[in-house]
Ligand binder design. Structure first.
Ligand code: HEC
Length: 126
C-alpha cells in the first residue's frame, strides 16, 4: 500500500468510527425511550396482558422481587380493574418480571470512606 492509500484509509476509518457509535447509541436510546419489554421468555404474555391500560414503560422502569411484583398485581386487581389472571398465567408473568426486572441490590452508590473525602472547610478541626 502506498503512503497516500494509507492516508486515505486512515481518514475514512477516522470518519466512519464515530458514525458507527452514534447510530448504535441512538438505537439503544430509542428502545429505552419507547419503554420496550426485554424480549425474553414470556414477554408476549406481559405485552398481551399488561399493556392495555398503560404502556410497558411503567413496567420496565419498575423492579422488585416476586413478592413485590405479586403485590403490584394484587393492587391493580383490587383497585385498578385488572382481572384475575389465573395461577398459571400469573406464575409465568411473575417469572418473566422477576428474572428481567428483579430486585436491585442498591440504587445509590456507597458513601466514600472518610479518608477519601475532601476536607470540609466548614469544620474547623480537619
Ligand atoms: C385494568 C388496567 C390495568 C392492567 C391490565 C394492568 N395495569 Fe398496571 N396499572 C394500572 C393503573 C391504573 C396503574 C397506575 C398508573 C399510574 O400511576 O399512572 C398501574 C400501575 C402499574 C405499575 C406501577 C406501580 C407503582 O408502584 O408505581 C406497574 C409496575 C404495573 N402497573 C404493572 C402491570 C403489570 C405487570 C400488568 C400485567 C400483569 C399490569 N400492570 C396490567 C392498571 C392496569
Amino acid at each position: 500500500m502506498t503512503n497516500r492509500m494509507k492516508l486515505i484509509w486512515l481518514t475514512l476509518i477516522t470518519l466512519a468510527l464515530p458514525m458507527l457509535f452514534t447510530t448504535a447509541g441512538s438505537a439503544a436510546q430509542d428502545s429505552a425511550a419507547a419503554g420496550e419489554l426485554i424480549q425474553a421468555e414470556g414477554w408476549q404474555l406481559v405485552r398481551d396482558n399488561c399493556t392495555e391500560c398503560h404502556s410497558s414503560q411503567i413496567i420496565v422502569q419498575n423492579s422488585g422481587n416476586r413478592e413485590v411484583w405479586r403485590s403490584r398485581i394484587e393492587w391493580m386487581q383490587s383497585s385498578q380493574g385488572l382481572g384475575e389472571l389465573g395461577p398459571e398465567l400469573e406464575g409465568s408473568i411473575l417469572d418473566y418480571l422477576t428474572s428481567n426486572y428483579g430486585q436491585k441490590t442498591a440504587s445509590r452508590r456507597q458513601a466514600l470512606p472518610v479518608h477519601l473525602m475532601p476536607s470540609n472547610p466548614n469544620l474547623q478541626a480537619n
